[in-house]
Design a protein around this ligand. Structure first.
Ligand SMILES: *Cc1c(COP(=O)(O)O)cnc(C)c1O
Length: 415
């Protein structure tokens, strides 16, 4: 027997260890479109519950927006369902080129190459442009997909303490002899909602002749005055050598990603990036959807403006109620509960109050920094936010944490 009882037992044991440790991930089924309010089946088999969703990356509320759905339908009719080929054989349509040009224009870059996802963009980009003579210097909190891409590349690796510019400078000095130094960071960090200091990072890169790559997955479409991203917020558009980003968050929420930046680097990706060469690209209906999203966002800042207003209201409301927040000014608003079990109990109580949010704890966030991560959307109307805030306050009162310090909360709940 190929899959013997002995083999099966190995994997059953691993799964049971996760279960016993209380860290087996359980899916929650959504029976509606992704929106400000969704219908959720949780736990599996339970009756459907309508809840306000504050844990999606649906920042601009476009995942089920009628204009985007319509554009995708039209793309489906005009260019079909799929490509049945990788791009460099016969899997590139005119709309893929059109999308690449629109992304470059939107981000203010020289050229863009599409990937099936941002995970794939990050998996392919480093290996395509760097060699053993180079060094990659990454922030210690970068996204898992960047870590994987770094692993696939033969260049030397090093890192700097999160957002610590002095430490980054030391590393740039340390690696002065390398052919190419590539600094790697997220634009917006998804767990804390803080932003990379791109103005200072670009200045350091200029001083020490280094390149910089920024993953803008939690920024594209809404950070910066016209939503171009973290580089716009910090006034360094045109100075970022490589941007990777996803179309699966603010920019429509379906799927797909890209590498955008210096044209020679994008060309190197076209020649060598393996997820581009060996995996089908984005399906035509999704390409058409993203094109319509970029067209709309280039014309009006209405949605990112509404998102900013919503996020500011939400942040202030929670602060006024006496919650401890991770400081920041993005739509990612982490409500700090510090204790892992409290974060889980709190999330269940919120769900029962009709608010869907997730409690995160170690190892996803550092030990003793458990939290409920809330994510605000332009799809939220005032009544959603008011109801969600009332639920937070009700549950916060139940656990008696409003107005309490970290020390006091830890004394009550810390293990
Ligand atoms: C979500 C995310 C990705 C992955 O994007 P996909 O297109 O879904 O693969 C990559 N990097 C960062 C920083 C992300 O937040």
């Amino acid at each position: 027997m190929a899959y013997s009882a002995r083999t099966r037992a190995i994997f059953e044991n691993q799964i049971n260890t996760l279960k016993d440790g209380g860290i087996l991930k359980i899916e929650r089924y959504i029976h509606s479109v992704q929106d400000a309010e969704i219908e959720v089946e949780f736990p599996p088999g339970a009756p459907l519950k309508k809840v306000i969703n504050i844990c999606a990356n649906n920042y601009l509320g476009l995942s089920s927006h009628p204009a985007v759905v319509k554009a995708a339908h039209e793309g489906l009719d005009a260019r079909g369902y799929g490509m049945s080929s990788v791009r460099f054989i016969c899997g590139t349509q005119d709309i893929h080129k059109e999308l690449e040009e629109k992304v470059s224009k939107f981000l203010g870059t020289e050229d863009t190459i599409l990937f099936p996802s941002c995970m794939d963009a990050n998996a392919g980009v480093f290996e395509a442009i760097l060699t053993e003579e180079d060094v990659m210097i990454s922030d210690r909190l970068v996204h898992a997909s960047l870590i994987d891409g770094i692993r696939l590349c033969k260049a030397m690796t090093d890192s700097f303490k999160h957002s610590d510019m002095k430490h980054l400078e030391e590393k740039l000095i340390l690696h002065a002899d390398k052919r190419i130094k590539l600094v790697i960071t997220d634009g917006v960090y998804s767990m804390d909602g803080d932003t990379a200091k791109l103005d200072e990072m670009v200045a350091l890169c200029e001083k020490y002749d280094a390149m910089i790559l920024v993953d803008e997955s939690h920024a594209s479409g809404f950070i910066g005055k016209t939503g171009r991203g973290t580089h716009e917020k910090y006034g360094v558009m045109g100075k970022i050598d490589l941007i990777t980003t996803t179309f699966g968050k603010g920019l429509g929420g379906a799927s797909g990603g890209c590498v955008s930046g210096r044209k020679e680097l994008v060309e190197m990706c076209r020649q060598k990036a393996r997820p581009y060469l060996f995996s089908n690209t984005i399906a035509p209906p999704v390409v058409a959807g993203v094109i319509s999203v970029l067209d709309t966002l280039s014309k009006t800042t209405e949605r990112r403006d509404k998102l900013e207003k919503n996020a500011n209201w939400w942040r202030q409301g929670l602060l006024d109620a006496g919650f401890i927040l991770q400081p920041g000014d993005t739509p990612i608003v982490p409500v700090m509960l510090f204790d892992a079990k409290l974060s889980q109990d709190f999330a269940i109580d919120l769900f029962n109050e009709g608010v869907y949010a997730i409690g995160f704890f170690f190892p996803v966030v550092p030990q003793g920094k458990a939290r409920i991560r809330t994510q605000i959307s332009a799809a939220h109307e005032m009544h959603h936010l008011e109801k969600a805030l009332a639920a937070f306050i009700k549950v916060g009162k139940k656990y008696d944490i409003l107005g309490k310090s970290k020390k006091e909360i830890m004394e009550m709940y810390g293990a």
